[in-house]
Ligand binder design. Structure first.
Ligand code: HEC
Ligand code: HEC
Length: 145
């Protein structure tokens, strides 16, 4: 073998060995060391950011963010406890924001007496916030109110 090629081959072999060794160490299941037959406990939730009044919206049609505690308000097939403060008959007394008129229309734009079933699961769109550093930087700038 050519004398100049030998060091290159040795270097390549060492690099492959090093990568393989560190790769073997680096492979770690997202489940941690918990056996697949055991149900893993979820990581603790970061504290919710509570504030008086609204969060600024990043764009006009953004579903407003939830500024108050909400883990006790049940939403299931029959019960929706968000309605007892935000629905038309109750919002004034509760001093809560009235649910948007768009929520009382069905998918064909027909007016309904009650909140549309397509808006039933409020937390599908309205979410709480936590004051955390972004996991990944991005250049998005909100342009809303
Ligand atoms: C006990 C009454 C009450 C209940 C129940 C309640 N809210 Fe509220 N909510 C309020 C009040 C009062 C505000 C006004 C803002 C504040 O907290 O000062 C508000 C504000 C909001 C806002 C912000 C509106 C805006 O324009 O910024 C959202 C979104 C919201 N609530 C969603 C929900 C959802 C979803 C639920 C159910 C999981 C819920 N709320 C249950 C009283 C309530
Ligand atoms: C499919 C997504 C979606 C669901 C489900 C939904 N919302 Fe909304 N909501 C929005 C969007 C988008 C807006 C802002 C535009 C608008 O008013 O339609 C909004 C606006 C609001 C507002 C503010 C209205 C205003 O005039 O500023 C309140 C309060 C609200 N929603 C409460 C609720 C509650 C309570 C529920 C559950 C019964 C719910 N929403 C379900 C998307 C949703």
């Amino acid at each position: 073998m050519n004398k100049r090629v030998i060091p290159a081959v040795v270097l390549a072999a060492c690099t492959i060995a090093a990568v393989t060794a560190s790769g073997a160490d680096a492979v770690k299941s997202l489940r941690g060391d918990v056996s697949p037959t055991v149900t893993n406990s979820p990581p603790p939730l970061p504290p919710q950011q509570i504030q008086e009044g609204s969060f600024a919206r990043a764009w006009k049609e953004q579903p407003p963010l939830i500024p108050h505690r909400m883990e006790k308000y049940e939403i299931d097939l029959k019960v929706n406890q968000c309605l007892r403060c935000h629905d038309r008959p109750f919002y004034q007394e509760a001093k809560a924001t009235k649910i948007g008129d768009s929520h009382y229309k069905d998918r064909d734009g027909k007016q309904l007496d009650q909140v549309s079933r397509s808006r039933w699961f409020c937390t599908q769109c309205h979410v709480p916030q936590s004051d955390l550093a972004p996991q990944m930087q991005n250049t998005f700038r909100g342009g809303g109110e």
